[in-house]
Ligand binder design. Structure first.
Ligand SMILES: Cc1cc2nc3c(=O)[nH]c(=O)nc-3n(C[C@H](O)[C@H](O)[C@H](O)COP(=O)(O)OP(=O)(O)OC[C@H]3O[C@@H](n4cnc5c(N)ncnc54)[C@H](O)[C@@H]3O)c2cc1C
Length: 627
């Protein structure tokens, strides 16, 4: 591959930013080099520019590449906030608010996300086994361990399974993959990855996490096959006593700081289904898809119509003898043109060889799946319809409804069953990567009923109908309310997190720390999940920044414990609830899994990513108590 060939595959708006940054020449930020706005997840590479302008940008990129090769230095390494805003806005063809600039500079790796650690300071490790003990070895723990490693903080990770990867180790069902573009669902601190597609599948994701863990020394810090079953704060010794279960029995470890990195979508929910033990075929939760299961020629039932079902169905429809889908609720799904496309070789080459190209590409993907949708998820109190919430939402409803009509419109019974009656985005956003097409296949039957039980030969639906099948995949979701309470955590006054969070109502300061639980931190804690877009890896990096900022402050003050004050914790949760009251997920037309029995949304954040980034960035010492 040569640069001359590679630029033909380039995203020209990204190439343009690369040229602008390397040359420092302002003319690239003016007409006629002004990309047109394109909100599609995978945007058109020519950025809406005239062919001769595209050629000029490509030629300039070739030229800067050769100049760098000959020893020239980029004119701008970090544009600073002001120029960054201008560049982001120019790149996207829309005005990007200035508050995104410092965030984007971090995301692009132009500035460091690491906190400043007090010179020579360390957490007090006297009398304890570990300074920091991290529970879980998924993507969030890897981000934390990278930062702690860089800061020189001694820590150990305990993981109940035998390898890293969390959900990407567990969810091995056919078609399993991200719905966040991968160039945004990857670490800001690691080198750009050669993703084979824009939306990678499970094997590639698991490999990526394992590779990053190896590259940054994380793997060596993990004790595998070690399950945390309880953790109690010892006020006298000022440490956590953590009970671990391994094949060789139970033991207790002490640590100054405990971090839960056990994820949000890790505990499968399997409904109580009578007769399941009599079933002679195989029945399993989607996250426990058996490695040895070959579905070719089998009659398979998929239960559910959420994200996992949406990925499984198109992936197996052509292989199975027959596929029965039991769907309780119809789903809105956004068609994503080019979802399955491979990334062209020229782009891959540019990611690896042309400075700043990968960074700007990452930014453009982060932005496309970022905060853009959130303003349109606000309920208009005067809106007259029940199946949409405002004018733009109604337009999206019509577009998505048209997509359904276009794919299954000639099958009235399917159309009836598949047209949702609630507003789009009211449940988790599903990307349509072939779901509706798969429904039209002759060997696929959609049953618009819930499953109620099993018998020896198959499943029974709520109408009483029986479906004879050989295998049943229960794509029935995850338990999202208990979170770290599952670890049997008992805090300062002998009060457990389970009590604190009773009635499925978990609350934490910024979703990260809890009053009464000193030196305890939660990654992907309550109220920090993503409903409107974004990447859980970005969330994890924000949380890691906050945790390390708290630890740095602890060391700076020579204190032993840190714990959030109740008032700011209440204020954060109040603000969270008030914001959700305005948003779609509290609409009465549906009940997404984000809400607890009382109707409170606890699983996803109502705030913009940039707000979460800014609130978590640096510890506000006034919101914490140090002892
Ligand atoms: C199918 C699926 C698709 C998803 N797609 C996306 C996506 O496209 N974009 C996105 O942003 N997010 C997505 N998510 C959300 C996903 O949860 C996050 O992206 C991210 O992987 C969370 O990482 P984590 O490390 O916090 O948790 P996890 O990956 O869940 O890892 C937690 C780890 O903790 C371990 N653990 C749990 N309990 C204990 C214990 N008691 N003792 C020891 N170890 C324990 C687990 O074994 C696991 O390894 C998806 C989730 C699923 C299930």
């Amino acid at each position: 591959m040569t640069v001359e060939r590679a630029v033909l595959d380039a995203d020209v708006r990204v190439l343009l930013m690369t040229v602008a940054q390397i040359t420092g020449d302002r003319r690239w930020l003016e007409e006629p080099y002004a990309p047109r706005r394109d909100v599609r997840l995978i945007a058109e590479e020519d950025a809406g520019l005239e062919p001769e302008i595209v050629d000029e940008i490509r030629a300039a990129a070739v030229d800067v590449f050769h100049r760098l090769e000959a020893g020239a230095e980029p004119a701008i390494v970090d544009p600073g906030d002001e120029l960054m805003v201008e560049m982001m806005s120019h790149c996207l063809g829309e005005a990007v608010p200035p508050e995104y600039a410092p965030l984007a500079r971090e995301e692009l790796g132009l500035t460091s996300r690491l906190v400043e650690w007090p010179e020579g300071g360390s957490l007090d490790s006297e009398g304890v086994d570990h300074e920091v003990l991290v529970v879980g070895a998924g993507s969030s723990a890897i981000a934390l361990s990278h930062a702690l490693g860089e800061l020189g903080v001694e820590h150990t990770i305990v993981e109940r399974h035998a390898s890293v990867g969390g959900v990407w180790r567990d969810n091995r069902y056919p078609g399993a993959g991200v719905d966040t573009p991968n160039h945004a669902y990857s670490y800001s601190f690691a080198p750009p990855r050669r993703w084979s597609r824009y939306f990678a599948l499970q094997p590639e994701l698991e490999r990526y996490l394992a590779d990053v863990a190896d590259a940054y020394g994380v793997t060596d810090r993990i004790e595998f096959d070690t399950n945390v079953v309880a953790a109690r704060w010892d006020a006298e010794a000022c440490c956590w006593r953590v009970e671990l279960e391994t094949a060789s029995g139970r033991r207790t470890r002490t640590c100054r700081v405990l971090v839960s990195a056990i994820g949000q979508l890790n505990e499968p929910v399997v409904p109580d289904l009578p007769g399941i033990e009599e079933f002679r075929g195989r029945a399993f939760h989607s996250s426990h898809w058996p490695d040895d299961l070959d579905v070719s020629g089998l009659r398979v039932a998929v239960v559910g119509s959420g994200e996992s079902a949406n990925q499984i169905v198109p992936a197996i429809a052509d292989d199975v003898a027959h596929l029965t889908i039991l769907q309780r609720t119809a789903q809105w799904a956004r068609p994503i043109p080019r979802y399955h496309d491979a990334i062209p070789e020229g782009s891959q080459w540019l990611f690896e060889h042309l400075p700043f190209y990968a960074a700007w590409f990452r930014f453009s993907m982060w932005w496309r799946y970022g905060d853009g949708l959130l303003p349109f998820l606000v309920k208009d109190p005067d809106w007259p319809r029940d199946d949409s919430i405002n004018r733009v939402n109604e337009r999206h409803r019509q577009e998505m409804a048209q997509h359904i009509v276009d794919t299954i419109g000639d099958r009235p019974e399917l159309l009836d069953a598949c047209m949702p009656t609630y507003p789009p985005y009211g449940k988790r956003i599903v990307l349509d990567n072939g779901w509706f097409d798969a429904l039209t296949k002759p060997n696929v039957t959609l049953v618009p009923e819930a499953i109620v039980g099993f018998d020896e030969t198959g499943v029974i639906d709520a109408s009483g109908a029986h479906h004879e099948v050989d295998a049943v995949a229960l794509a029935t979701g995850f338990e999202v309310f208990q979170g770290a309470a599952r670890l049997g955590v008992v805090g300062r006054d002998g009060r457990s997190l389970a009590e604190e969070w009773s009635d499925d109502d978990p609350r934490a300061y910024l979703g990260i720390t809890v009053p009464g639980f000193p030196n305890l931190f939660l990654l992907q804690g309550p109220t920090t999940g993503l409903g409107h877009g974004g990447s859980a890896i970005f969330q994890a990096e924000c949380q890691v920044r906050h945790v390390t900022s708290c630890l740095a402050e602890l060391v700076r003050r020579g204190a032993s414990t840190i714990e959030p004050k109740p008032e700011p914790t209440e204020a954060y949760n109040r603000r969270h609830d008030e914001e959700h009251e305005r948003l779609i997920w509290t609409h009465s037309a549906m009940r997404p899994w984000y809400r607890n029995q009382a109707g409170r949304v606890v699983a996803v954040m109502p705030f913009r990513l940039v707000d979460f980034w800014s609130w978590t960035h640096d510890v506000d010492a006034d919101d914490y108590v140090f002892t």
